[in-house]
Design a protein around this ligand. Structure first.
Ligand code: MN
Length: 207
């Protein structure tokens, strides 16, 4: 691996309007995501591991492969780098609706219905204290999907879970448009979820 580079945004800054405003998208992508990439590169450089043989997902999945003194920094910046990469891909203009196929079946099995899943995800994510993420993950140990939350930039990979869909509820993700109304941001975000991408991600890992 060489230096980590923020991948291109798959749509323009204003593409998710009115649900996510252009200014928030621009700052979030060009400043915040970039800062996680820079922090990750700096942490790896500090241990002469800019050419670490594993991609960041592999490192996060087993933080014991890196020296203890940089684990917390890699967890934060590496998690931030990967979480945001996944976040951009999980959204699209005119998204929303419901997933189909096998993922729809799994949601019914483990949450009762899509409506109940959405409620659990929204309520659980709105209730995060401080900064963090709400997730739909695939738990490889039990071969099932689950709702989870993580603090700050901690990645589900560090908990042996594969992220399928993630929602950033750091204030930088919504404050310009929604101020303290985190539940309103969450409700609006469902309109831009790219379920095609989430379904494909699920099919790649589900056994
Ligand atoms: Mn963010």
């Amino acid at each position: 691996m060489g230096k980590y580079v923020v991948p291109p945004l798959p749509y323009s800054y204003d593409a998710l309007e009115p649900h996510i405003d252009a200014k928030t998208m621009e700052i979030h992508y060009t400043k915040h995501h970039q800062a996680y990439a820079d922090g990750l590169n700096a942490a790896l450089q500090s241990i002469n591991a800019l050419t670490h043989k594993n991609y960041i997902i592999g490192i996060l999945s087993d933080l014991t492969t890196i020296p203890e003194n940089v684990r917390s920094s890699i967890n934060f910046h590496g998690g931030g780098f990967e979480n945001h990469r996944l976040f951009w891909e999980s959204m699209k203009p005119n998204g929303g609706g419901e997933p189909g196929g096998r993922l729809a079946d799994e949601i019914k099995i483990y949450f009762g219905s899509f409506k109940e899943f959405k409620e659990k995800f929204s309520t659980g994510t709105a209730a995060i204290q401080g900064s963090g993420w709400g997730w739909l993950v695939y738990n490889q140990t039990f071969s099932r999907i689950e709702f989870r939350t993580t603090e700050n930039q901690t990645s589900p990979y560090t908990q042996r879970a594969i992220p399928l869909l993630g929602l950033d509820v750091w204030e930088h993700a919504y404050y310009l448009k929604y101020q303290n109304r985190r539940p309103d941001y969450i409700e609006a975000w469902w309109n831009v979820v790219n379920w095609t991408e989430v379904e494909e991600r699920f099919l790649r890992v589900a056994t």
